[in-house]
Design a protein around this ligand. Structure first.
Ligand SMILES: Nc1nc2c(c(=O)[nH]1)N[C@H]1C(S)=C(S)[C@@H](COP(=O)(O)O)O[C@H]1N2
Ligand SMILES: [Mo]
Length: 401
């Protein structure tokens, strides 16, 4: 009796081996890498936009219009970040046979390529995990998130540039003269042609996983911005239509210790001029000023957003009523402070080019009603194209800087 496999069994074994090599091929890894690179690039640039809103620089001021632009850039940031999760998992799966190797490195270039994988993969996992947790309003790290997310992003981008630069010869080979998928090197020495019917299946499986997972993740979070999908927001804790006055609440008045601000009759808005002089205004003073109405979104950095009809007084009109004219303001920032006693985001700065705008409001009403305490009663800031975190609630102090 012979122990040799039958020709059919041998054929099947070779075909399975060729299929496995096909899914673990350089060409497929490169294609996934390109998709991942595109997702990372969009995610990085939109993240940079968000950072520049929150940490403005003089030489690159963020525009105040279109008013809803941040909804789009931050929505893209969240969607591309979520899509990168299955893409990264698929890429790691596809290249996994290459990672354990003996000898571990071939030469200096290979050593650099392998070392760059540490910050690249480690940083990416950190970024994607912390981002996803943030979307789900889970903060195992509290204040550390924005700082950690920011520095991890730069580390990953640096490592990504090194990684891609070292792959250029391979990319040339794959996408240049030879067509991907017909690379004889990827098929191995036994020369089994992977072009048979089994060939696309495993690749297709990986692609289906990526597309399916990315699609489901997107569907389950897009509802926090896009009302028709709101019933599906299983992963997003906030729905655009849930909350007092028809939109979500970030920090409640109870959490901020400002529950009585609008009801105790003691409310005062203190306006501090350039020279340090203080003027105090009562609620009635604000109500007596000319009121305007604007529809502007609240667009949270965590990805949810809602469009709201606001009514109130332009910031510039309040300042002018307190004796601060447009010429006094020229080129100056205004700090908007709140009654919040502890925690982050109790104040924000309005940039010089936004201060004079008619749609930069101190709102008293939302969606046709007096502001709910959780939305910042009696007075909150609402300005166009601005991250939600800078739309300060429970405003009690304006300071010309
Ligand atoms: N004083 C104060 N204002 C604040 C916050 C805060 O924590 N304190 N949170 C901000 C954040 S992160 C968002 S997204 C918006 C949400 O406004 P809303 O709760 O009225 O929807 O309020 C902003 N204004
Ligand atoms: Mo937010």
């Amino acid at each position: 009796m012979s122990t040799r496999p039958t020709p059919l069994a041998e054929f099947e074994r070779r075909r399975a081996a060729a299929e496995a090599r096909e899914v673990h091929s350089e060409g497929f890894a490169a294609q996934l890498g390109l998709a991942l690179g595109a997702a990372f690039a969009i995610c990085f640039l939109t993240g940079l936009v968000s950072h520049l809103h929150q940490h403005p620089v003089d030489w690159l001021p963020m525009p105040a219009s279109p008013a809803g632009l941040y909804r789009i850039t931050q929505g893209l940031h969240v969607v591309t970040g979520l899509a990168a999760i299955p893409l990264l998992l698929a890429k790691l799966y596809v290249v996994s046979p290459q990672l354990p190797r003996w000898p571990p490195v071939d030469d200096v270039v290979d050593l650099m390529a392998r070392l760059a994988l540490l910050p690249l993969v480690g940083g990416s996992l950190l970024l994607l995990f912390s981002g996803a947790a943030n979307i789900a309003s889970w903060y195992p790290w509290d204040f550390f998130f924005p700082v950690g997310h920011w520095w991890a992003a730069w580390m990953v981008m640096g490592a990504l540039i090194v990684h891609v630069a070292l792959q250029v010869p391979a990319l040339r080979r794959l996408f240049g003269r030879e067509r991907p998928g017909h690379d004889p090197a990827a098929l191995g020495a036994d020369g089994v042609d992977g072009a048979g019917d089994g060939r696309g299946v495993t690749r297709r499986g990986v692609i289906a996983f990526v597309a399916g997972a990315a699609g489901i993740l997107t569907l389950l979070t897009a509802g926090q911005t896009f009302p028709p999908l709101r019933a599906l927001t299983a992963l997003a804790p906030r729905r655009p239509d849930i909350g007092p006055q028809g939109f979500p609440v970030n920090r409640t008045a109870r959490a901020a210790g400002t529950e009585d601000l609008s009801t105790d009759g003691e409310y005062r808005l203190v306006v501090v001029g350039v020279d340090g002089s203080e003027r105090s205004m009562r609620l009635e003073d604000l109500e007596a000023l000319e009121q305007v109405t604007h529809e502007l979104p609240i667009a949270c950095v965590e990805g949810w957003s809602a469009s709201v009809l606001w009514r109130g007084v332009p910031l510039a009109s309040v300042l002018s009523a307190a004796g601060i004219s447009a010429s006094d303001l020229d080129g100056r920032e205004v700090r908007v402070g709140s009654a919040q006693v502890r925690g982050l985001y109790g104040s924000s700065v309005v940039e010089p080019h936004v201060v004079p705008r008619g749609d930069c409001l101190l709102a008293l009403e939302a969606n046709g009603e007096r502001l709910h305490p959780d939305h910042g009663a009696p007075l909150r800031l609402i300005a166009p194209n601005r991250p939600g975190v800078l739309q300060t609630k429970w405003v009690t102090r304006l300071e010309v800087l």
